[in-house]
Design a protein around this ligand. Structure first.
Ligand SMILES: Nc1ncnc2c1ncn2[C@@H]1O[C@H](COP(=O)(O)OP(=O)(O)OP(=O)(O)O)[C@@H](O)[C@H]1O
Length: 272
């Protein structure tokens, strides 16, 4: 138990359900994020991780249960209150693309210009501080096309935290990165969280990288939380699902094969 876990959690989901039309993708989710924590949500493709992040970010509303952020029931907020809450969240969605026609500096300045009335001198100082924090102050004048994939992701991190959010949400922050950039981005996620005194939720497939930097992990399968724990608990877990994930085994509770009739029933019958 971390010291922060004695306070009410910053994010709390209770018996949360969500369906796209008739199709239920989340079923009875209970999840807490305590202040100061970095929490990972992991699971196979299509299990509902991004949907979970979008519920916390208030982009969609739960069809059942309760999603609370800072004690507010996100599903019941009106537009103004939801906007005010979201203004205090930093988000980096899948592949967090930069605006290609703006410099690195202008990309990071964008949320500050959109959401604040700060004078340009102060915006400039804040942007340079964020870029310094991700090691790219010297790249302020470059265009996105001049950056490596790892640098672009670091600029996207700086942009996500430009407004000093209390909660940062990352969807697949490691996607497409080489191993060195992956390590750098992981360490930055941790450092930015701690420097801001924020809390972080990240959806990711990268188990080993995540276990290095997070405080707690939730594993989702078929819309349910099937396992959870600290990195130490996860590494020691005998749970078959966790074991398959941590050891990158091709088959296990998460099947390699998409459901299909047995091969033997199809062979020699001309069925494809
Ligand atoms: N807008 C939508 N309308 C209908 N179904 C959707 C929609 N968005 C997602 N889904 C379905 O809901 C399920 C959960 O999607 P979600 O994106 O949350 O999964 P995920 O775990 O983030 O997957 P991945 O790791 O592949 O990004 C998937 O089966 C997906 O096909």
């Amino acid at each position: 138990m971390t010291p922060s876990s004695t306070q009410a959690p910053l994010v709390s989901l209770r018996d949360v359900r969500f369906a796209y039309g008739e199709r239920e993708v989340l079923r009875g989710i209970d999840l807490d994020v305590h202040r100061g924590q970095v929490v990972a949500i992991m699971g196979g493709s299509g299990c509902g991780k991004t949907t979970l992040l979008r519920l916390i970010g208030g982009q969609i509303r739960a069809t059942g249960g309760r999603v609370e952020v800072e004690g507010q029931n996100v599903g019941e907020l009106g537009n103004a209150a939801l906007y005010a809450l979201r203004r205090r969240m930093g988000m980096l969605f899948q592949f967090g693309a930069l605006f290609t026609d703006m410099s690195v500096f202008d990309n990071v300045a964008f949320p500050l210009r959109e959401h604040t009335e700060l004078p340009s001198g102060l915006i400039s100082d804040l942007v340079l501080m964020k870029l310094q924090a991700v090691g790219l102050r010297g790249a302020a004048a470059l265009m996105p096309s001049e950056l490596s994939g790892g640098m672009a992701r670091r600029v996207a991190l700086a942009r996500a935290v430009a407004l000093d959010p209390m909660l940062v949400l990352y969807d697949e922050p490691f996607a497409g990165l080489d191993p060195i950039s992956l390590g750098i981005v992981g360490q930055l996620i941790r450092r930015l969280n701690d420097a801001l005194g924020a809390s972080t939720v990240m959806v990711t497939h990268d188990v080993n990288e995540s276990l290095e930097i997070v405080d707690y992990v939730y594993f989702v399968s078929e819309g349910r939380i099937v396992a959870q724990g600290t990195p130490e608990e996860i590494r020691a877990s005998e749970h078959p699902f966790v074991h398959q994930f941590v050891n990158a085994e091709a088959d296990g509770p998460v099947p390699f094969h998409y459901p299909a009739a047995p091969m033997s029933s199809l062979l020699d019958r001309g069925v494809r």
